[in-house]
Design a protein around this ligand. Structure first.
Ligand code: KIV
Ligand code: ZN
Length: 513
């Protein structure tokens, strides 16, 4: 009989700490819905005390999600924990996850606290958290560089105080699988009442070992893995959910555990997160990379045709690759459109938003013969989801680009409801269009990233553009999709400008207790 391995997804918290990967409230809700559909056990929805925007997003997710536990991170201080407790209140099942650093370097240089003070603070933190929920997780930040005796001491105390999950993060990605596994084994053996809690791991990928360390820890007794879609996360990222889940499933001969993940939702989740954050998935990425199931060498192709398992250890359709099928066309009606959006986890908030999305769908269907799920995600990912945030709106765009001439663009925008015109020349049609928009918007934002991807195959595919802008310490991603990549680019730029314009203050407050 296999034991259950808890999959704790922190894409919306640690993942969002990747530079430029910040998500709006609506985007977070979309990702949370997809995670729920994938049957993730715990969704870490954010860090409630970081900003009012984070609090609000966690609160909304706690309200929406029914099949997964919703969790907020909190430093081990009373204010953070009360914010986290309030944020998860609407959840059917809610968790507070509190942490304090335990390594000598963090305690001395960052916290400026003695080990005794750290233990006392951790015990108090668990007490505050238990006022809100019975489901309390404690993390010893930088456990991977902490002394084993000290970890045993603090874990014994927080278990006594009521922690129900004990997390052992390799915060700086320093550990090596056999050594990390040994730490987990020793902790489970030495900490009194270790059998009353779930042992959890949270590994960073600085040495490319996050998944290996997590799996080694599972073999040593860990029963929760913290991970993210596409391995997103602070610096080099976290252990990637898809790799952990598929390793446990594919090598069920080795692992004494099983997850409840619906693996067919993995690729849709990967695409959604990539699209929203603007972090592309490398083609050779395990499980979710475009080439993960592509066979190039003739010998391999021949082998797969004769017997798939000669070169394939997983089936593409088991992780959701087969979803790339025709779903709607030019003659599909509003109800079919709405039903398909619901099936892929997109709930538009009002009839007005649905009508706007449907109008764009019809426009797209006129230009593109076959409409796939990926097209629908792209269609609703920009302004249609949040019409109330649309300060800048594209009304008209014209670009002239010919051999030997400098491209020239003219745009008409609606700015707060007022029509404004702008024109400019540039190094290319996109450059000219962005300059024309800037002539009107005068945002002064710095362009950090511009990327274009074809959403599906074929020359009539929609180009999906991500534009990352920075201004006054805020970094936002804008998305836009269209079969015309200049228009997709303009939409993406305006989507980013609209996010900068919205007043959500997302300044982060991490660092000390
Ligand atoms: O990496 C880390 O230590 C963390 C903790 C807050 C769990 O993200
Ligand atoms: Zn982390």
């Amino acid at each position: 009989m296999k034991q259950h391995l808890v999959i704790f997804d922190t894409t919306l918290r640690d993942g969002e700490q990747s530079p430029g990967a910040s998500m709006t409230r609506e985007e977070k809700i979309r990702v949370a819905r997809q995670l729920e559909k994938m049957r993730v056990d715990v969704i870490e929805a954010g860090f409630a005390a970081a900003s009012p925007g984070d609090f609000d997003a966690i609160h909304a997710i706690a309200h929406t999600i029914k099949e997964s536990t919703v969790c907020s991170l909190a430093r081990a201080n009373e204010n953070d924990i009360r914010r986290a407790g309030e944020a998860i209140k609407p959840a059917k099942s809610g968790r507070v996850h509190t942490f304090i650093a335990t390594s000598p370097i963090h305690m001395e240089k960052k916290l400026r606290m003695s080990p005794d003070q750290v233990v006392e603070q951790a015990i108090r933190a668990i007490g505050w958290a238990r006022e809100y929920t019975d489901d309390v997780e404690f993390s010893a930040e930088d456990a991977g560089r902490s002394e084993l005796d000290f970890l045993c001491r603090i874990f014994e105390q927080v278990i006594k105080a009521g922690a129900t999950t004990i997390n052992v993060p390799d915060t700086v990605g320093y550990n090596i699988p056999y050594q990390y596994a040994e730490t987990i084994r020793q902790l489970i053996e030495r900490v009194p009442n270790s059998d009353r809690v779930i042992w959890s791991v949270h590994c960073h990928n600085d040495l490319g070992l996050a998944v290996s360390n997590s799996l080694a820890a599972v073999l040593a007794g860990a029963r929760q893995v913290e991970c993210t879609i596409n391995g997103l996360g602070e610096r080099a990222g976290n252990a990637s959910l898809e790799e952990v889940v598929m390793a446990v499933r594919t090598r069920s001969d080795v692992f004494p555990v099983e997850t409840r993940i619906d693996t067919t939702q993995i690729v849709p989740a990967s695409k959604l997160v990539s699209q929203i954050t603007g972090y592309p998935v490398q083609p050779n990425k395990a499980v979710v990379g475009a080439n993960a199931f592509a066979h190039e060498a003739g010998i391999h192709q021949d082998g797969v045709l004769k017997h798939r398992e000669t070169y394939e250890i997983m089936r593409a359709e088991d992780v959701g690759w087969a979803q790339n099928k025709l779903v709607l066309g030019k003659h599909s009606g509003r109800n079919a459109f709405k039903a398909r959006l619901q099936q892929i986890g997109i709930e538009l908030e009002s009839d007005e938003a649905l009508n706007a999305a449907f109008a764009r769908f019809k426009e797209l269907a006129d230009r593109k013969h076959e409409i796939f799920d990926e097209d629908l995600h792209a269609l609703v990912s920009d302004e249609v989801v949040t019409p109330e945030h649309e300060h800048y709106k594209l009304i008209y765009s014209h670009v002239c680009s010919e051999t030997g001439e400098m491209p020239h663009a003219r745009v008409i925008l609606s700015v707060g409801g007022v029509e404004r015109k702008g024109e400019a020349s540039g190094g290319g049609p996109v450059d000219a269009t962005f300059k024309a928009i800037e002539r009107i918007a005068k945002s002064g934002a710095e362009l950090l990233l511009y990327s274009v991807n074809a959403i599906t195959t074929g020359t009539d595919a929609q180009g999906e553009v991500t534009t990352r802008l920075a201004k006054a310490g805020r970094i936002v991603n804008g998305n836009g999709a269209d079969t015309d990549i200049v228009i997709a680019s303009a939409r993406s730029y305006l989507n980013a400008l609209n996010k900068l314009h919205s007043s959500l203050d997302r300044v982060r407050a991490q660092g000390d207790v």
